[in-house]
Ligand binder design. Sequence first.
Ligand SMILES: Nc1ncnc2c1ncn2[C@@H]1O[C@H](COP(=O)(O)OP(=O)(O)O)[C@@H](O)[C@H]1O
Ligand SMILES: [Mg+2]
Length: 233
Amino acid sequence: MKIIETVDLKKQYEMGEVFVKALDGVSFHVNEGEFVVILGPSGSGKSTLLNIVGGMDSPTEGDVIFTDEHLSGYNDKQLTNYRRTEVGFVFQFYNLMSNLTAKENVELATEICEDALDIDKILEDVGLADRKDHFPSQMSGGEQQRVAIARAVAKNPKVLLCDEPTGALDFKTGITILELLSKINKTYNKTVVVITHNASIAEMANRVVKMRSGKIIENYINDKPISPERIEW
Ligand SMILES: Nc1ncnc2c1ncn2[C@@H]1O[C@H](COP(=O)(O)OP(=O)(O)O)[C@@H](O)[C@H]1O
Ligand SMILES: [Mg+2]
């Protein structure tokens, strides 16, 4: 079953006299439960696409359909609710509140949604059972990304949208984060979308969407996804 569909998405930025076409007619879909990798070089429109799918930005033209609902028809309140409850975000630089502990960061996110999961259980599942009371500055990059993932999952969204989640991490730590995302895809049954410029990561995906210059140049099902610990880059 389709969970996300984009219909001819276009996004144009006006920079003085110049128009930048960040998205130039992007149509694709994601099925429920898939682990999708959107792959493309820097500047190809990946973040723009993810931000529009996540309701953080709106397209110049086109639409996003999320479980039969058209985001273009949402008013501000519906869009806020969509961002709060339906999608979870993971960013390259974690974006944690530095004055809150790991657990408090997760708690804060769940306060504004109805269907939150058990915070202690999630912190345990992401491997932070004994680091709950640490502040971001007391944690490594990999640990901070685990907090960010726990925070996104705790809201119990249908989809996790991850923008270069391993981009700031060394290779080994990056793999452990991909393992965690894979585990969350399988055990929590969450649809996961990861955007990256790293072609190796595509090998673990069920579906690979390749972008170049604001367009999709390839979209295929990967019949034999490998487990993250076998990825090398
Ligand atoms: N807010 C913005 N204003 C102007 N141009 C932008 C803005 N955001 C992105 N762009 C441009 O749109 C294109 C796609 O950017 P982006 O979606 O960030 O690509 P990626 O995530 O693949 O690196 C780039 O040319 C970028 O410079
Ligand atoms: Mg980007």
